[in-house]
Design a binder for this molecule. Structure first.
Ligand code: HPA
Length: 271
């Protein structure tokens, strides 16, 4: 595993000559941030050794190297999901590679269902914490000692400093902002009404099928994390009368994306 991570990181270092400090993972319908990047290199996943290819609509499958607000960044336009059938180590492989490229802060976004009854469609939610409902932990198996400890500490999984800055940015720019707990589950089914209720009872405010594995691997390696859920659908019983479709998720995400991009840009500027 470590050999493959090294091989891919070496390939990308040679190809791009860049040493990004910030990594970005863009969720379904949220790839628009790439338009703000002064792109230096745009690589199809299929042309990167040991990378998987993304199979989901709305996920482009490109690794972008460039400048955002004058800072070197590497951005995944399209991520890998557990529901696509990949082992967790493959889903999180790009995060391992990012660490070796020099990434110290990871920015993640996702499209998510809103469990908190105060949320509205199109809201942004700063991820304060998460609950792992995936049937597996990406760190299961032999520990990669060179990259991190066997039993990573998870008391501040999402950077409080960045959450505080993001709140200030949102308020100063009249962007409505929520914060809460994200619960990551395997999918690909959306939840039944009973499952949404269960997630709410467990203490979650939003739910989706990503982010948690990547954040666990990032924290294993000491990367600072910041995440935003874009609330694409509501899960209260009255809202469940019309079913949620992937098209709707993507459309709402695309509409809300500029607000999310603005916050990511301002945070990256401040790094
Ligand atoms: N559940 C799971 N994943 C999602 C949802 C949802 O309601 N909306 C967008 N991604």
């Amino acid at each position: 595993m470590i050999e493959k991570i090294n091989e891919t990181a070496d390939f990308l270092k040679k190809k791009t000559g860049m040493q990004p400090r910030a990594g970005i993972v863009l969720g379904s319908g949220l790839g628009g941030l790439v338009k703000s990047i002064e792109v230096k290199h745009s690589l199809d996943y299929r042309d990167i050794p040991n990378f998987l290819t993304s199979t989901v609509e709305g996920h482009a499958g490109k690794l972008i190297f460039g400048l955002l607000e004058g800072k070197e960044v590497v951005a995944m336009q399209g991520r890998f999901h557990y529901y696509e059938g990949y082992p967790m180590q493959q889903v999180t492989f790009p995060i391992r590679v990012m660490k070796l490229l020099g990434v110290r802060t990871l920015f993640l976004s996702n499209a998510a269902g809103g469990l908190n009854p105060a949320f509205e469609v199109g809201d942004l939610m700063l991820i304060r914490d998460h609950i792992n409902m995936f049937p597996e932990n990406p760190l299961r198996g032999k520990n990669l000692d060179a990259l991190g400890t066997r039993f990573p500490e998870m008391s501040e999984t999402y950077s409080r400093v960045l959450i505080g800055k993001a709140k200030r940015i949102a308020v100063d720019n009249h962007i409505k902002i929520q914060s809460g707990v994200y619960i990551g589950s395997p999918g690909p089914t959306l939840e039944t009404p009973a499952e949404y209720r269960m997630f709410r009872i467990l203490g979650a405010d939003s739910t989706g099928m990503s982010t948690v594995p990547e954040v666990i691997v990032a924290r294993h390696m000491g990367i600072e994390c910041f995440g935003i859920s874009v609330i694409t659908n509501l899960t209260e019983p009255s809202e469940m009368e019309k079913p949620t479709t992937h098209d709707e998720v993507q459309n709402v995400a695309e509409t809300a994306e500029p607000k999310m991009t603005f916050i990511f840009r301002e945070l990256i500027k401040s790094l």
